[in-house]
Design a protein around this ligand. Structure first.
Ligand SMILES: NC(=O)c1ccc[n+]([C@@H]2O[C@H](COP(=O)([O-])OP(=O)(O)OC[C@H]3O[C@@H](n4cnc5c(N)ncnc54)[C@H](OP(=O)(O)O)[C@@H]3O)[C@@H](O)[C@H]2O)c1
Length: 318
């Protein structure tokens, strides 16, 4: 099978297309022909920087966590899936989705693609929604009518957060650059702010939740527009976020949280994936794809994701 492989840490040029032995199934494994996978910011970080995926050399040589494809073979004890079923899911720390095939236990966070959803859309929605659900539904527990600001509303996480907040009944405000205002409006936002020139809010009408999806809005810049006991959520555990999380208490004006998808149990991620499936089938969650590349263009895909300007997902089609 063809796979995008790297043997040393570094710039996008370290990624090479190599021929590898096709994995074989055993036990509860399923073999999936991957049709679409995403390139995320984390892929670019793990490619570049030592420590996340090995120290001297990359531990897992094939990157990619979110994928959709069809089951082509199943192990003797596998019961959840049959050959030819369309599935999508999250590989977790084992990575490996930037390849033609992946062999993975059926107990991982994998489920069937909802009817009438393409492989590209199924893969595109995963990172954002599996990240935003633990923040908005499970941490802030947002309720109907609450006011939520999503900062970085045009990225993968932002796009999902806008839609999930709306599905939970919140009054959504998105903040993005001028170029992305129309896109964020199309997600059903009550209000869209240009983060370069607009005020994020006013003290007279504060938010219940501020969700910084891109790690670019320090707490001190939004605390005045956040309600008492409101949540400041960030996808990035900066030293400031970390120290504020440690001192969360009932005596503090606001609550602060960063949740890592990788830190959640497989069972919880699978439950969240089932919710994503339901919301997609009900039309509450739609995928936005910025660009698609064939596997041969993996270096270009990484370069584009590194610009930090992508709108929604970047897809690789192996
Ligand atoms: N905690 C977790 O488990 C978890 C999970 C997934 C991702 N993450 C992290 O969350 C972050 C976002 O992920 P993502 O996949 O949504 O990223 P992404 O899709 O690459 O985000 C791209 C968007 O970020 C916006 N942006 C770039 N610079 C900005 C700035 N200075 N201020 C405001 N917006 C800015 C851009 O919009 P404009 O062009 O409109 O500015 C662009 O649309 C990443 O750092 C990622 O590592 C964490």
């Amino acid at each position: 099978m063809r796979a995008a492989v790297y043997h040393e840490f570094g710039p996008p040029g370290v990624l090479q297309i190599e021929e590898q032995e096709r994995p074989y199934v055993d036990g509860k494994d399923i073999l999936i022909r991957i049709r679409a996978a995403t390139v995320e910011r984390d892929d670019t970080v793990w490619r570049e920087i030592q420590g996340y995926n090995g120290v001297l050399k990359p531990k897992r040589k094939i990157l990619g966590m979110y994928f959709a494809g069809e089951v082509v073979d199943t192990g003797p004890s596998a019961k959840r899936f049959r050959a030819s079923e369309q599935v999508f899911g999250y590989t977790g720390r084992r990575l490996g989705a930037h390849a033609e095939y992946i062999c993975i236990s059926e107990n991982e966070a994998i489920t069937k693609v909802p009817p009438r959803v393409t492989y590209q859309d199924a893969a595109a929605v995963l990172n954002g929604s599996l990240t935003a659900i633990p923040y908005l539904r499970d941490t802030a527990k947002i309720k109907s009518g609450e006011r939520v600001l999503v900062y970085g509303a045009s990225g993968s996480v932002g796009i999902a957060a806008m839609q999930i907040g709306k599905a939970l009944g919140a009054e959504m405000t998105g903040a993005c650059s001028k170029a992305n205002i129309e896109l964020v409006e199309s997600l059903g936002a009550g209000k869209v702010l240009d983060y370069v020139k607009d005020q994020l809010g006013d003290e007279a009408n504060p938010y219940d939740v501020v969700f910084d999806t891109v790690g670019e809005l320090p707490y001190k810049e939004c605390r005045d527009v956040l309600k008492k006991r409101g949540w400041y959520l960030s996808t990035m555990k900066t030293p400031d976020v970390d120290s504020r999380m440690r001192t969360n208490s009932i005596f503090k004006k606001h609550r602060v949280m960063c949740v890592h998808t990788r830190g959640l149990s497989k069972k919880r991620i699978l439950q969240n994936l089932e919710t994503v499936t339901d919301w997609m089938a009900e039309g509450k969650l739609k995928a936005i794809t910025d660009r698609s590349y064939s596997l041969s263009y993996i270096q270009e895909a990484h370069r584009y994701v590194e610009t930090k300007r992508k709108r929604g997902a970047v897809i690789i089609e192996p």
